[in-house]
Design a protein around this ligand. Structure first.
Ligand code: NAD
Length: 246
């Protein structure tokens, strides 16, 4: 479905991002995966090459909020693979801190990674996507619809991601660039494994399909939205949550 395309995927070393990387590679895409550390980026690439030595994948660990560093990364990807068709802004951190316990540093950390990085990457990739009439996909969350009982900055940051998605879909449509977001429900990744059982079990009871999502459930939606099958879809916030919002 992505034969000959080139994608840059942030937060690609594990969880949902790793699943998107693998799915895109399996569908003929060349991928630059971005992570936070050299070790995790190298490990992800090594693991992928064990699965298929012919995968065309490279990795970097820039500061996603630095326009200079992101500009360099997109330049290197173009030098390596000739173009950029798809940006997936997937890196993100969650929070469960109560309002009265919030430190300014946590506020800044969430707002930087979950919002500023999406803005920065989208801005710096723009010249390349204008050339290919490319696609920006953002990882939002089901909590961007109805919030969550603690950790206010996590849902707040995802409301912002939805806002960036909707606004950029309008701003970039004249260039033929599509901008969409996927809103995963609770998904089996490290982020969720770190949440307390008391928080997860009641949540599962509210899911009409009766189970939490897998990274594969989520990356299927990214594959569809990145592909030409979604050529007339932009500004969409696609829930992939087992029906949780109903
Ligand atoms: P994860 O913790 O398994 O992976 C997070 C990824 O982000 C990793 O690749 C990590 O390298 C990267 N990352 C973390 N901090 C970074 C930093 N400072 N700089 C650069 N990269 C950094 O998380 P996940 O569950 O796979 O989450 C991926 C996305 O999905 C996030 O945006 C998250 O908000 C969203 N999401 C997850 C769930 C869920 O239930 N797991 C639900 C809804 C939305």
């Amino acid at each position: 479905m992505l034969n000959g395309k080139v994608a840059v995927i942030t937060g690609g070393t594990r969880g949902i991002g790793y699943s998107i990387v693998k799915k895109f590679l399996d569908n003929g895409c060349k991928v630059a995966l971005l992570g936070s550390k050299e070790e995790t980026v190298s490990k992800a690439i090594k693991d992928l090459k064990v699965i298929n030595e012919n995968y065309e994948v490279i990795g970097f660990y820039p500061n996603l909020c630095s326009q200079d560093e992101m500009g360099e990364i997109f330049k290197k990807v173009k030098e390596t693979y000739g173009k950029i068709d798809i940006l997936v802004n997937n890196a993100g951190i969650s929070s469960k801190t109560k309002l009265e316990d919030y430190e300014e540093s946590e506020y800044d950390k969430i707002s930087d990674l979950n919002i500023k990085s999406v803005f920065t990457s989208s801005k710096m990739v723009l010249p390349y996507l204008k050339e290919t009439k490319g696609v920006i996909l953002n990882t939002s969350s089901m909590v961007s619809i109805y919030g969550q009982p603690s950790g206010v900055m996590y849902p707040a940051s995802k409301f912002a991601v939805n806002g960036i998605t909707k606004s950029l879909s309008r701003e970039l449509a004249p260039y033929g660039i599509r901008v969409n977001a996927v809103l995963p429900g609770i998904t089996e990744t490290d982020m969720v494994k770190n949440l307390p059982k008391e928080m997860i079990e009641p949540l599962i009871k509210t899911i009409p399909l009766g189970r939490i999502g897998t990274p594969d459930d989520i990356s299927n939606a990214f594959l569809f939205l990145a592909s030409d099958m979604a050529s007339y879809i932009t500004g969409e916030l696609l829930s992939v949550d087992g029906g949780s919002r109903s």
